[in-house]
Design a protein around this ligand. Structure first.
Ligand code: GLU
Length: 303
């Protein structure tokens, strides 16, 4: 029997959605619809300082405007903190986590901080703290929890993940709902260093909650931007450590604005709400996005 495909769109409510979000959501939506699967919506609102209710309302409004419908209830990460706690406790019991008291400035000031795929790597300062010092500081000082990456990698046997490229999920695949054979990729998370699994200002992190939620929601196919390719190495490792199923991943190229830079909520990229206000026809926009025709000034980055 063919697999029941479950995809998802997982925006953070920290700003209005732009055309890149619409395209990404549409890819995941269309794959689910073409194969008789399910498309889920998850709001990644763990960032208490930046997540706003009006942006949650904006996400729903924008998807409704585009005619992108989802299955089941919307999942809010802010309501799933207890399950993140359980996983953190488990990883702590496995002796894979340590508390980190460093500030961003401490890390930036470390002359020896090497660079990873996403900027400076954590230099490991708190990994070496004696237990007595940890015990003394932990109650009074704000701290994050970091994964001891070297130990974590040593606990797993080079996990692999299944991957497809964007062209694999177009054309005949969508026409007939049959996916080509996946490629296997080896996870190499060591390059990311000791990533944060619970932040100083939030009881979880993107990596932990995203990995746990994809599993809890039964997501079988993750379609997301190539900016999250490095994150997939980390997520695959967490799946191996926590005994979770691993979805198949498709990383699509990002959309670029007129300035040649990737669309981003913060750089003032034109929001879907602005296009709506300008009178753009949503059905036309969706048809064009499906045909990889983007609004004026927006282009697809070469993969
Ligand atoms: N919440 C993330 C974002 O808005 C996306 C997470 C994901 O697709 O894994 O960039």
């Amino acid at each position: 029997m063919p697999q029941h495909i479950v995809t998802r769109f997982a925006p953070s409510p920290t700003g209005r959605l732009h055309v890149g979000h619409a395209w990404s959501a549409l890819l995941a939506h269309d794959l689910a619809r073409a194969t008789g699967g399910a498309f889920r919506l998850r709001v990644e609102d763990i960032d208490g300082a930046r997540s706003r209710p009006e942006h949650v309302a904006g996400i729903i409004e924008d998807l409704n405007w585009l005619g992108i419908d989802w299955d089941g209830e919307v999942v809010f990460q802010s309501q799933r903190l207890a399950s993140y706690d359980v996983a953190l406790a488990h990883l702590r019991d496995m002796d894979l986590l340590y508390p980190c008291f460093c500030s961003r400035a401490d890390i930036a000031a470390s002359a020896t901080a090497p660079h990873g795929p996403e900027g400076p790597l954590y230099p490991g300062t708190c990994r070496a703290l004696p237990q007595a010092e940890r015990d003394r500081r932990i109650d009074g000082e704000a701290h994050a929890w970091r994964l001891d990456m070297a130990k974590a990698v040593a606990r797993t046997c080079d996990p692999e993940w299944s991957a497809l490229a964007l062209p694999d999920i177009a054309g005949d695949t969508l026409e007939y709902g049959i996916l080509p054979r996946a490629m296997r990729r080896r996870a190499t998370p060591l390059a990311a260093g000791d990533v944060v699994l619970a932040r100083k200002d939030a009881p979880t992190s993107y990596h932990l909650s995203c990995t746990l939620d994809d599993a809890a929601m039964g997501v079988t196919h993750v379609l997301r931007g190539s900016d999250l390719f490095a994150a997939t190495h980390i997520h695959r490792l967490l799946q191996a450590l926590l005994d979770l199923p691993s979805p198949l991943y498709v990383h699509h190229p990002l959309l670029l604005g007129p300035d040649g830079r990737r669309l981003a909520k913060r750089s003032g990229s034109i929001a879907l709400a602005d296009l709506r206000a300008q009178g753009m026809n949503p059905a036309r926009l969706v048809a064009n996005l499906r045909a990889r025709v983007f609004p004026v000034g927006i282009s697809l980055a070469s993969a």
